[in-house]
Design a protein around this ligand. Structure first.
Ligand code: SAH
Length: 369
């Protein structure tokens, strides 16, 4: 396969000093923070609340937190940085999509994207470093999963983006569609989403939060039990077991039937219609007969299909279908009574398809380009 040169992304910032090793404030244990505030003669609960309030407003420089005593601001700035993650790359696409490559102290990197449209600001969150699901078309899973993100690390993704927004802007939507399988890290994701949707957190409506899963039936039921009206999206990608086994390997262990049943139960409990995502890979799953089969599979189930034309990934052999075949697929579903839309491509000039920036940055930063 021929080498595709690394796109010259409009680079907004690169954090040069990777040796700055002050601990991140947000990830500190409560007991450590208590000890810090007591050592400088301050009341922990009040001060922590004030600092969190500033961070929620996008202020991350301790020196700017004007309701803290000047001495405390200095002590904070010399003991902590606001986040444990550093912004390694920050790029902005022509359509205003922004993408961060974040690096944690253990050198693990993740991507967080923000898309703007019609007054909305949607953050696409990662939940794991890498991904263990092995979908054959996906850049995030090419080296497997390295670790789960912690709750505070997921919060940091949101607050890092919040700090980039102006005072007039706010994060209105979250899609958990970045790197990783969210339901494989549900335990740490849920507290982060509960915080994001609470009035004392980011105050984002729970109905504006979408969790996308490869389809883990037991975990879908567990999520339903959490009783939050989060929107569930299931990455179906194929209308039959044989084809799904080939492109989504975890299907061998779950099967489509159990996934659809769990999704239906989620719908019943949450009152939210489930979306089925369907990637379109030219010549693989995009034939009219696949659309017909998909419409039969979903008949009688209230559902919506979101078609995602494949975003090319360097090193992978799949092709993006042309617009005509995408429209044909959509219409074949629609005339059979299945509601279907095509996902718009955002941030194409900054490799916004998850997992790609991290791979390209690794090449660039190691001098390969
Ligand atoms: N693990 C979760 C969420 C992360 S991926 C899931 O499987 O849903 C979010 C969506 O992007 C999924 O539907 C995934 O299949 C899709 N996706 C991954 N790589 C893609 C690519 N190169 N082009 C288009 N869609 C892709």
């Amino acid at each position: 396969m021929s080498e595709i040169p690394f796109k010259k992304v409009p680079l907004i910032s690169v954090s040069g000093d990777q040796s700055n090793s002050l601990p991140g404030f947000l990830g500190q244990e409560k007991s450590d923070l208590d000890a810090f505030f007591q050592s400088v003669g301050e009341r922990p609960a009040l001060r922590i609340k004030q600092i969190h309030r500033w961070m929620l407003q996008g202020v991350t420089d301790f020196q700017m937190m004007s309701d803290l005593p000047v001495g405390l601001r200095k002590a904070l700035a010399s003991s902590y940085q606001p986040f444990s993650s550093k912004i390694l790359l920050h790029s902005k696409a022509t359509d205003e999509t922004e993408k961060l490559l974040l690096e944690f102290p253990d050198k693990k990197q993740i991507e967080t994207v923000m898309m703007r449209e019609e007054g909305r600001a949607t953050v696409c969150l990662s939940t794991q470093v890498g991904c263990g699901m092995g979908c054959v078309f996906c850049a995030s899973g090419m080296e497997g999963v390295q670790r789960n993100l912690k709750t505070f690390e997921i919060q940091e993704e949101l607050l890092q983006i919040r700090a980039l927004l102006g005072t007039q802007e706010r994060i209105s939507h979250i899609v958990v569609m970045g790197m990783g399988e969210p339901l494989a890290n549900l335990e740490r994701l849920l507290p982060a989403l509960d915080w994001a949707s609470s009035p004392s957190g980011l105050g984002i409506s729970a109905r504006n939060i979408t969790i996308s899963t490869v389809g883990l039936p037991k975990k879908i039921i567990e999520l339903a039990g959490h009783q939050k009206p989060y929107h569930l999206a299931v990455s179906l990608h194929a209308p039959n077991e044989g084809l799904r086994n080939q492109i989504v390997p975890t299907n061998e262990g779950t099967g489509i039937g159990a996934i659809l049943d769990a999704a239906q139960q989620y719908q019943k409990i949450s009152g939210r219609q489930v979306t089925y995502e369907y990637i379109l890979l030219a010549g693989v799953n995009d034939h009219a007969s696949h659309a017909v089969e998909l419409s039969k599979l979903l008949s009688g189930r209230q559902s919506h299909v979101n078609l995602i034309p494949f975003n090319p990934v360097q090193g992978l052999p799949w092709q993006r279908p042309d617009e005509e075949s995408v429209t044909m697929f959509r219409e074949t579903l629609r005339v059979r009574g299945v509601s279907a839309t095509v996902r718009k491509r955002k941030g194409a000039d900054i490799d916004a398809a998850c997992g790609q920036l991290r791979r390209e940055a690794a090449r660039t930063l190691s001098g390969l380009n």
